[in-house]
Design a protein around this ligand. Structure first.
Ligand SMILES: CC(C)(C)[C@H](NC(=O)Nc1cc(F)cc(F)c1)C(=O)N(CC(=O)NO)CC1CCCC1
Ligand SMILES: [Zn+2]
Length: 187
């Protein structure tokens, strides 16, 4: 199973690479990797498993964070309503591509962190408010989905990892919390 020791940290040059597309049809190895990535996220959000294996609660993971140079991301976003046990979105996205997005931007009020970054980097990470993404799923089906708010932020954060971009690359160096008035702040 994937644990924190398998996740490479900033300083590892792989995190700064633009990685190549995954060959289709998916190899068995790539199917296994996809499954293990999603399982890591589920495990990391299970209090008992997370404590037992010392996992940071993760909502998204990109293959380069495992030193796998492939355009593959896993996303498992729990429903913020504790009553609802179903995640708002859970899937592995192979060769994801943002095909359109709003002019409007958005950012998380609390800024962002990263499983590959063992330090706080304060500041607003401004991203597209809503995106339309195409990708191939593990069954080889082409998917086209629209995302907004937190889900859109997570997916943009993960796709950035496929292009060697870290969340703090988006933070204004001079004024980390400066944003123009029409940027949507997401709580
Ligand atoms: C870096 C970390 C703080 C662990 C971050 N989690 C997070 O922001 N909150 C969270 C965690 C949960 F488990 C369940 C939940 F609803 C919320 C995260 O997983 N990532 C993913 C990552 O590092 N991918 O490479 C960072 C997030 C920052 C904004 C989008 C993803
Ligand atoms: Zn990250």
């Amino acid at each position: 199973m994937i644990t924190m020791k398998d996740i490479i940290r900033e300083g590892n040059p792989t995190l700064r690479e633009v990685v190549p597309e995954v060959e289709l049809p998916l190899s068995d190895d790539d199917k296994t990797l996809a499954d293990e990535m999603l399982t890591f996220l589920k495990n990391s959000q299970d209090p008992e498993i997370a404590e037992k294996y010392n996992l940071r609660g993760g909502v998204g993971l990109a293959a380069p964070q495992l030193d796998k140079k492939k355009r593959m991301i896993a996303v498992h976003i729990p429903n913020m309503d504790p009553e609802i046990n179903e995640p708002t979105f859970s899937d592995v996205m192979i060769n994801p591509k943002i095909i359109s997005h709003t002019v409007q931007d958005a950012c998380l009020r609390d800024g962002e962190g990263c499983l590959s970054v063992d330090r706080e980097v304060p500041g607003y990470v401004v991203r597209h408010a809503r995106i339309t993404v195409t990708y191939t799923d593990v069954n080889g089906e082409t998917q086209k989905k629209k995302f907004k708010n937190y889900d859109a932020i997570v997916i943009q954060h993960e796709i950035d990892h496929l292009n060697g971009v870290m969340f703090y690359d988006h933070i204004n160096k001079v004024q980390p919390f400066a944003i123009n008035k029409d940027v949507l702040i997401i709580d």
